[in-house]
Structures are given as structure tokens and as C-alpha cells.
Design a protein around this ligand. Structure first.
Ligand SMILES: Cc1cc2nc3c(=O)[nH]c(=O)nc-3n(C[C@H](O)[C@H](O)[C@H](O)COP(=O)(O)OP(=O)(O)OC[C@H]3O[C@@H](n4cnc5c(N)ncnc54)[C@H](O)[C@@H]3O)c2cc1C
Length: 400
């Protein structure tokens, strides 16, 4: 296992860092994968297009759409890390998921139609998978797509409801899963579609979360007509398409771990101005023990990311690597935010609207948001079962 990056990657990192410093749309106010305020959207689109143009996004795309075949497999990871380190905006939406599906399973016509508009950020994509009754058990999704007409006139008529649609309010296109064969076993009757979010019958309702922000939406689909030419992959093979693209998504969460070093610095600063045990918090034994423990976990998290990368490069990845990394990161992220709120004593209940709140309310918001990482991209309970079954080879849990 090697912990330092090869020189060519360090040179790439420097380039990305300089580019981010010069072009990024400023520091994000809130932690996590959040939806921007509408007025920031032109800037987010400009930034996303600039990252593509500079060769820092879509690195593994086909060359004719801007990809670079000579790229090092860790370059995409470095880009996410550098954007995270600068605490600025990652490109929003589900373009990385949707592009993976279109590149791996779409037709040439679909690649030519969709990829350039993703590159230029004219189209922001959202992910329309989860439903009120289908999250962890995604394959039980109930949204229906019924074929009408034939040949060039063939359309699918879609009815159902999606939920948790991150950035749906800013999206032009949706990567949708719907059931096309209700009689087939549940994994076999699903099809993937590209949905124009402005189609008649798409009713998007923003949800207001515990953080007070609107990052997710409900999406109601009522007689929505999707041209058959927007089916991604084969009809009834949507499960294979979705699992392949989700596999790419999970590897991305680990890169957010670099932010934890900055959060640790912030935690020290916060502790420096706090009291605990009747005196300055930094003199309090219990506070110091807790900071020491969190600092240890931040370093272990970074070491685990390096281990996973090193295995990825040598083709020795373990089936549970992604799940272990995601659980470790998301629980540490939660515990750091919780400790930051606790350090503020009774002021911990203030929110960002209160002028007296420390650090503009960043800790309170981060704490309320921290649960999101323990659910998104596979709930931690589900991932623990995966570690047991796939990683350790334990007997399969009885299915209901
Ligand atoms: C921040 C965030 C962003 C998201 N963005 C999107 C998006 O853009 N598009 C999209 O389609 N979806 C999105 N999701 C949805 C996400 O994929 C689901 O929340 C996730 O799959 C869990 O599904 P659920 O919420 O229905 O919970 P459920 O599956 O109902 O689970 C509820 C609880 O029960 C536990 N549980 C369920 N089954 C088992 C089991 N077999 N064994 C043990 N425990 C179990 C879970 O771990 C969880 O704690 C997002 C979620 C979050 C948190």
C-alpha cells in the first residue's frame, strides 16, 4: 500500500487547485450535498461547464465527448477532493449517474443528444429512483410506464410518484426508473428512461427539511408521455442499468473525507472560544479526550480512503470497501457536528437566523444535515448487512 500520490498526480492536483481557486463560485454556506438558491444557478451552470471545458469533469467519457483516454483513474477523485477542500460547490445533480448509464447502455444517437448538453450544463439532471415505498428495496418501485403506439410514434405513458429528488427544482432532465412489466419478477420488469422535466404531467413539489432548506422534492408523474427513443438500455433491463451507474456513485463519497480535516480545525477554533467543566473548554479533560478521539478517526478515515484507492489501482478491491468507507465517514461526520453543537452549551439550540449564533449557525445546520449521509447512497444498516454477507461471507439474512 502506498500513501503518497505519484508525481504526475500531484502535478494534476496543483492544476486543479489553481483552477478551483480562480473559477469556483465561492464558499458554500452549508455542509453537504445541498441545492443552491435559484439565483446562484447561472453561476453553477457556468462553473460546471468550465470544469468540463478544462478536462476536469467527464474525464472517463468517450473522447468525442470530451473524455481523456490517458487520464489516471484517480483524477476524478482528486477533482472532487480539491473542490471539497475549497468548500465550494460540487457540480450539482445526477449527471455522473446519468452519463454513466448513457455511455454504457445508451445508443449513439442518445450520446450525441444528451452528453454535449450535460457538458455545457444546459441540462442539469436529477435522479428519479426512490419512491415513498421503495428506497432500500428499490426494486419494489411502483411507478408504471405503459407503451402506446408503434415505431416512431411509440411513447411510454408514465404514472406514479418519486421522492427525495435532490435538486429536482433545478433540473432539466430526469434519469427515471419505472416498471414496464408488472408481471415479471420485480428486478426484471423495470426500464430506465431519460425524462424531460418540463413534460406535461410532471408536478414537482419542493420539500422543506429539518435544516429549513429545500434540497429534495416530491415528483408526481401523471400521464407523462416519454418518447420510446428515450429508453436507456433495453426495455425491462433497467435494473442492470441502474446498478451499474449506482456502483460508480458510491465510490465518490470517500473524497468528501478531506473536508473533515478542515472541520477538525474549525472544531479546535470553536473549542478555543468555549467553556466546559467550569473553565476554558481546551483545559477540560473530557473535551480534550473527545477532540483526540475525533482527530484519530479523521486520520483513520483518510488512511482508509488511501487503502481503498490503492486496492482499486491494483485491482484488489474488496467487495465491502465502499460500504465500510461510507459508514465510517458518515458516522464520523455526524459525531463531529454533534460535538460542535454540544460545545456551544445552551447556545447550541440557536439557529442561523439568530445573530448570537456561533460560526453563522454552520454547526447546527451541519448536525441536522449529517443524518443525510447515513441514508443517501444506501442506508448504513443496509451497508452493514452487505459487509456481513458480501465482505465476510456470513450466511444471508432471512428475507421477509
Ligand atoms: C441526502 C439524500 C439525497 C437523496 N437523493 C436522492 C435522489 O436524488 N434521487 C433518489 O432517487 N433518491 C434519493 N435519495 C433516497 C435514498 O436513496 C433513500 O433514502 C435510501 O435508499 C433509503 O430509502 P428510504 O429513505 O426509503 O428508507 P427505507 O428503505 O424505508 O429505510 C428506513 C430505515 O429502515 C432501515 N431498513 C430498511 N430495510 C432494512 C433491512 N432490510 N435491514 C435493516 N434495516 C433496514 C434503513 O436502513 C433505514 O434506517 C436521497 C436520500 C438522501 C438521504
Amino acid at each position: 500500500m502506498r500513501l503518497e500520490s505519484p508525481p504526475e498526480l500531484e502535478a494534476f492536483r496543483k492544476k486543479v487547485r489553481a483552477f478551483v481557486a480562480e473559477n469556483a463560485p465561492g464558499v458554500k454556506r452549508h455542509a453537504g450535498v445541498r441545492a443552491p438558491e435559484p439565483e446562484l444557478m447561472p453561476e453553477i451552470r457556468r462553473w460546471t461547464a468550465a470544469l468540463h471545458e478544462a478536462g476536469f469533469l467527464g474525464i472517463d467519457w468517450p473522447v468525442e465527448y470530451g473524455g481523456r483516454p490517458d487520464a489516471h483513474p484517480l483524477e476524478s477523485h482528486i477533482v472532487v477532493e480539491e473542490i471539497t477542500r475549497a468548500r465550494t460547490w460540487q457540480p450539482i445533480g445526477a449527471a455522473s449517474l446519468a452519463s454513466a448509464a448513457i455511455i454504457d447502455f445508451g445508443t449513439d444517437e442518445q450520446r450525441a443528444r444528451f452528453l454535449p448538453r450535460m457538458r455545457s450544463a444546459e441540462d442539469i439532471w436529477c435522479q428519479l429512483f426512490s419512491e415513498p415505498g421503495a428506497g432500500s428495496d428499490l426494486a419494489s418501485l411502483q411507478t408504471r410506464a405503459r407503451l402506446e403506439g408503434e415505431g416512431d410514434d411509440a411513447v411510454y405513458v408514465v404514472d406514479g410518484q418519486k421522492v427525495w429528488t435532490t435538486n429536482g427544482q433545478h433540473s432539466d432532465m430526469g434519469y427515471l426508473l419505472a416498471r414496464t412489466d408488472p408481471a415479471a419478477p420485480k428486478h426484471k420488469g423495470i426500464t430506465a428512461f431519460a425524462l424531460d422535466m418540463r413534460s406535461p404531467g410532471v408536478d414537482l413539489r419542493p420539500l422543506r427539511e429539518i435544516t429549513g432548506t429545500t434540497d429534495f422534492n416530491e415528483v408526481f408523474l401523471d400521464g407523462v408521455r416519454i418518447p420510446a427513443s428515450n429508453v436507456i438500455g433495453a426495455v425491462n433491463q433497467g435494473w442492470t442499468v441502474a446498478m451499474s451507474s449506482l456502483g460508480r456513485e458510491r465510490s465518490g463519497v470517500a473524497a468528501h473525507g478531506v473536508e473533515l480535516f478542515a472541520v477538525l480545525d474549525d472544531l479546535l477554533e470553536l473549542a478555543g472560544g468555549s467553556t466546559a467543566g467550569g473553565g476554558p473548554a481546551l483545559n477540560d479533560s473530557a473535551t480534550r479526550q473527545r477532540i483526540g478521539e475525533l482527530a484519530t478517526r479523521v486520520h483513520v478515515n483518510a488512511a482508509m480512503v488511501h487503502l481503498t484507492q490503492s486496492r482499486m489501482l491494483s485491482g484488489t478491491e474488496e467487495p465491502a470497501d465502499g460500504a465500510i468507507g461510507k459508514i465510517f465517514f458518515s458516522e464520523l461526520n455526524h459525531d463531529m457536528a454533534e460535538f460542535g453543537v454540544g460545545l456551544q452549551g445552551t447556545d447550541g439550540i440557536l439557529t442561523e437566523a439568530d445573530p448570537a449564533v456561533r460560526a453563522g449557525g454552520w454547526w447546527q445546520d451541519a448536525y441536522l444535515y449529517a443524518r443525510a449521509y447515513t441514508i443517501a447512497g444506501g442506508a448504513n444498516e443496509i451497508l452493514r448487512t452487505q459487509i456481513a454477507e458480501r465482505g465476510l461471507g456470513l450466511p444471508r439474512e432471512p428475507r421477509p
